[in-house]
Design a binder for this molecule. Structure first.
Ligand code: ADP
Ligand code: MG
Ligand code: ZN
Length: 476
């Protein structure tokens, strides 16, 4: 039988929390220090030491739970996951096994114009391990990362293809950055991901054999690995082969996955409750303080910007990606009744000027009333949109108000028909060819003449009036 197959994907995402110190000791949580300089007996796993939980890490864990719509049980505990590996000097990792700090949530995100939802099984707190380095003749371990607080966010198998996995990961990352939970700097390895993927005939309820691709450190890598792995699994089934649960490794250069170990070779971690740590039992007051740190999420912000200000999706997205710019837009819009025009000035002009001059929003010299004033000068016909560009440049350079600049430079748009007529007559006299063209039916010739009049008036003539007068004169 020839089935149609579908992929089922669940992701386990590890994220380093943004704390000053490590999870169980006072060592700094910092990337890029000289190897083994941010270490102490606790994070080196010396005998006889005791862990002390970092309260900020507990707060960030619970905050993440709230941001991911999870429930936060009033009883959680820590467990030991036992295994031997050179980068884990204690020979166990402290994690949360059967009583995690948060569970049963979901993430919503936009994809191809729809809202998708991926359920979150749990987000639990654990600790990062050191990092192995392999040199030509020997190996070394850097323990600076050992004991850095790490959140593991486990999704339900709700993801159906590589693009959805990619979009989910980016949405998750944005949420964590918005919430101040993690910097999610991929370059610094702050986010790593285990990818679980199986395939099954479409319509079948049961899940296929779970294949886990370990330790992916880029989202594009996850997408590429899935684009390789899903067809591979389907191909196997079509050939009549059975897939077995296994762990695979992604070879980024080769662009393939390869088997690491089968289920029979899986670790037995011999979990047991961590005897050196109290259960985590947050009270109402503590939870209420964490709740104060809940922020508006990217998707909600985008929906608010499109609804409240009637902005197109692309403008709203700009203000989601650049939060300070979006906040600035909101402050300016509060002084205006034309949000779309404000968005245009902020995105097209202000942002360009900031980039060009290498300055930040804080250094902007004009106040929040300036852009609305500029917009009303244009709307009321006092200055042309062309002139408005010059006024903006001046405003940005000097901080003067648009009104002052228009006065100072005599930029008021010419609307008195007498002087515009004069410019029109001049333009007509100087361009007999265009006049002929126009009379012969070439409409574009009018625009050329209009441009000439604008030039003669140094950009000050009201273009609508110019158009009217030219047409009248050419038709007579
Ligand atoms: P384990 O106990 O081996 O870690 P879990 O059941 O906790 O396995 O699942 C780990 C991750 O794998 C979760 O993100 C889950 O959604 C996903 N997952 C579980 N079974 C499958 C499957 N058959 N196909 C794809 N993903 C799966
Ligand atoms: Mg797992
Ligand atoms: Zn330490």
């Amino acid at each position: 039988m020839d089935y149609e197959y579908e992929a089922v994907i669940g992701l386990e995402t590890h994220v380093q929390l943004k704390t000053k110190s490590k999870m169980w000791c006072g060592c700094v949580n910092q990337f890029g220090a000289l190897p083994n300089t941010n270490v102490c007996p606790v994070c080196l796993g010396m005998p006889g030491v005791l862990p002390v939980a970092n309260e900020e890490a507990l707060r960030l864990t619970v905050l993440t739970g709230f941001l991911l719509n999870c429930s936060v049980p009033n009883y959680a505990k820590f467990d030991r996951k036992n295994y031997f590996y050179p980068d884990a000097p204690k020979n166990y990792q402290i994690t949360q096994y059967d009583k995690p700090s948060t569970m049963n949530g979901y993430v919503e995100f936009e994809m191809e114009g729809r809202i998708e939802k991926v359920r979150i099984t749990r987000a639990h707190l654990e600790e990062d391990v050191g990092k192995n380095f392999h040199f030509e003749r020997n190996s070394g371990v850097d323990f600076n990362r050992a004991g850095v607080p790490l959140l593991e966010i486990v999704s339900e198998p709700d993801i159906r293809n590589s693009d959805m996995a990619y979009t989910y990961l980016n949405a998750l990352k944005d949420i964590l950055i918005y919430g101040g939970v993690s910097d999610c700097d991929m370059e610094k390895g702050m986010v790593r991901c285990d990818v679980n993927v199986s395939v099954r005939p479409k319509g079948q309820k049961e899940l296929g054999a779970k294949i886990e691709i370990k330790n992916m450190n880029s989202f594009s890598g996850v997408r590429r690995a899935l684009d390789y792995e899903i067809p591979r699994q389907i191909e196997e089934l079509k050939r009549g082969n059975k897939l077995r649960q296994e762990t695979r490794r992604w070879d980024d250069e080769g662009g393939i996955t390869e088997s690491m170990r089968s289920k029979e070779m899986a670790h037995d971690y011999r979990y047991f409750p961590e005897p050196d740590l109290m259960p985590f039992v947050p009270d109402e007051k503590w939870l209420a303080e964490v709740k104060l740190r809940i922020v508006e999420l990217p998707l909600a912000r985008k929906q608010r910007f499109t609804r409240k200000y009637q902005l197109p999706s692309s403008d709203a997205q700009t203000f989601i990606d650049d939060v300070p710019l979006g906040d600035y837009f909101e402050r300016v819009t509060a002084e205006s009744n034309n949000p779309k025009a404000v968005a245009n000035w902020v995105i097209n002009n202000l942002r360009a000027k900031l980039t060009e001059s290498g300055t930040t929003l804080r250094e902007v010299k004009f106040n929040t009333k300036a852009i609305p004033e500029l917009i009303s000068l244009v709307d009321s016909g006092k200055i042309s949109t062309r002139i408005a560009q010059d006024v903006f440049a001046d405003m940005f350079a000097t901080g003067d108000s648009p009104g002052q600049i228009v006065e100072k430079k005599g930029l008021v748009q010419l609307s008195d028909t007498g002087s515009i007529e004069k410019f029109c007559d001049e333009a007509i006299a100087a361009n007999p060819r265009s006049v002929e063209d126009y009379k012969a039916g070439k409409v574009a010739a009018l625009n050329f003449l209009k441009g000439q009049v604008m030039k003669l008036s140094k950009g000050k003539a009201n273009p609508n009036i110019v158009g009217e007068i030219l047409e009248r004169k050419l038709k007579s």
